[in-house]
Ligand binder design. Structure first.
Ligand code: FES
Ligand code: FES
Length: 156
């Protein structure tokens, strides 16, 4: 079946079954491999993308459910104000260890910051609780989100 989907500001025509998970369309059809497969069951957050700005697990999102909504992936989130601030803070705080979970972490964190520029610890825990990191980078993730919130408050 033919679908037109909007990913990172471009419209792509794709020919896949409607129940194909968005994750596989991104990775296998569009070649956007920054979004990772972890569990395939909405349990780990590795596959997180934004759909109309909302953090969404692409492994359980069928391509026919997206319609004309705007999909943003890790490849383009740095072009948004919150994504840019989060990526800079990630580097400043040296968050990344093995890296596998980190695209999903950054997508969840940037969606949080876009909707809530001054998140409390509880807000951060709530937004990030579904993103698992086997390397245990949680403390640095929280610090980096706070740093990004400060930098956006200063207009940086
Ligand atoms: S791969 Fe989607 S939540 Fe784990
Ligand atoms: S940095 Fe290794 S799983 Fe998170």
């Amino acid at each position: 079946m033919d679908f037109a989907i909007n990913v990172n500001g471009k419209t792509y025509s794709i020919d896949v079954d409607g129940d194909t998970p968005l994750l596989w369309v991104l990775r296998d059809v569009l070649g956007l491999t920054g979004t990772k497969f972890g569990c395939g069951m909405a349990l780990c957050g590795a596959c997180t993308v934004h759909i109309d700005g909302e953090a969404t697990r692409s492994c359980i999102t069928s391509v026919d459910s997206i319609g004309q909504s705007a999909v943003t992936t890790i490849e383009a989130v740095g072009e948004t104000p919150s994504g840019k601030a989060i990526q800079k803070a990630w580097l400043d705080r040296e968050v990344v260890q093995c890296g596998y979970c980190q695209s999903g972490q950054i997508m969840s964190a940037s969606a949080l910051l876009a909707s809530n520029p001054h998140p409390t610890d509880a807000d951060i825990d709530d937004a990030m609780s579904g993103n698992i990191c086997r390397c245990g980078t949680y403390v640095r993730i929280r610090e980096a989100i706070k740093l990004a919130a400060q930098s956006t408050a200063k207009g940086g």
